[in-house]
Design a protein around this ligand. Sequence first.
Ligand code: ZN
Length: 306
Amino acid sequence: MLVFLMLVFSFALMLERLPVEPVKLTTNYLDGSGEAMGYGQLSMVDYGSVEVFAENLRFSHNLISYWISSDCDAGRRGDMVEALTIFSDEMKVVSFFEVDDDADILIGCSNDFVELGEDLFAAGEGGPSRIINTSGFKIIEEGKIKLYAMGGNCDYPIVALHELFHVFGFGHSPDPMNIMYNTSACDQRMSDDMVDLIVALYSVEALSDARIESVTGAIKGRYLDFNISILNEGLIGIDGISLTILGDGEVVDMVDLGEIAMGYGRNLRVVNMDVGSGVEEVRFVLDAEGLVRELDEGNNAVEMTA
Ligand SMILES: [Zn+2]
């Protein structure tokens, strides 16, 4: 009798363990999951008439540090500080502070005369020097400015301000009265559309944004195999975020994904997760408890059906 029971038991166990033909799951990306970001706030940004190097290009924060090299004489240093003051006074959403090292914007000076053509000398150069590229933002990690000797002979810091706008991503304007015209004149100023663009870009609160980029999976009987990619396309890093896996609405497991730096991702591959028998719908939800504030809370869930 005992032998018979044991036989039945092990046969039942075998049935359960028998290889079952995997059923590939169909993925249904909910809301913004699986696609590049489309933040409502940013799709409204009007790029105006002065060209930009790239859209959605900005520093990750609004309080920006700068460092001025001791190579800069008092005149150019004064021009640069004045340009930074004008910029923050006009934009109001961005401000600057000076540091000794590790600055967001590095400002150097050169006494070289860099001739660009007949009677045309470089007054300065500037631009973003390091960018983190996510499909959400192009985040400026560092900007550089160099002021040459042929720069400042106006009361208004034309050259320093022009180079500062390059750091913020602006290209050149065809309008001779615009600060971004490619040769400088003392009466050039920034245009309203430039102010509007900076205000729009920097009014976006610096938050992270985890997104399920892709997921594939298959069910074999009561076991789930899956492969999921999660990206942080926001403006700051994530200290810790969880991924909840649900089978037919019941929580099966919650995985701690840990830190995800800005512009980075996590890949998770799991085989033979027991989701219970007969499950027809699997759902992956990031930050199910809503502990992480994100730019877009609507790209955190994916549903898969057998
Ligand atoms: Zn220029």
